[in-house]
Design a protein around this ligand. Structure first.
Ligand code: ZN
Ligand code: ZN
Length: 158
């Protein structure tokens, strides 16, 4: 009998296909266990700490999961660009544009926890210019901006 697949959060065919393509580009395979981690992050649509993620996966799969395994899958998902890690909060977020490689900026709401991923060519160009002028060779330019999202900022005015 075939080994039972790790049960995963339901994922629209379009997202699954995009994710599989990204993995294939890197010569990697989206195994059911990797897919389960990605699907959980994507359907929650908010940043999760590794421990929140493990708890959700255990709940869904009704079994204990070794943290090390989840960290390994997260490393894989970050390598393929399907998941981003927010350095300041040490949380993980599914990328909402997995169809291409990119450097993002993140707007983090400190009130409701919402994160907006933006991809600004202007910011990218400016950062490379600044680095160039100093002879600095950046290899990873993650920008995280903390503040209040539109609805939290608006609510504050009441
Ligand atoms: Zn992204
Ligand atoms: Zn907010």
């Amino acid at each position: 009998m075939a080994k039972r697949l790790a049960s995963a959060a339901p994922l629209a065919a379009k997202w699954r296909k995009l994710a599989e393509e990204r993995c294939a580009e890197k010569g990697e395979r989206l195994t059911p266990a990797r897919l389960a981690v990605y699907a959980e992050l994507l359907t929650r649509n908010r940043p999760l700490s590794a421990y929140e993620l493990i708890a959700l996966l255990e709940q869904r799969q009704k079994r204990k999961i070794a943290p090390l395994t989840v960290y390994r899958h997260l490393d894989f998902l970050m390598r393929t660009g399907l998941v981003h890690r927010l350095q300041s909060a040490q949380t993980y977020l599914a990328c909402d544009r997995p169809d291409h490689a990119h450097e993002s900026q993140f707007l983090l709401c400190t009130s409701c926890g919402h994160v907006d991923e933006v991809e600004s060519r202007g910011v990218k160009t400016l950062l490379s210019q600044i680095a160039n002028e100093r002879g600095f060779r950046p290899d990873n330019a993650v920008v995280e901006v903390k503040g209040l999202c539109g609805s939290c900022a608006f609510g504050e005015q009441d």
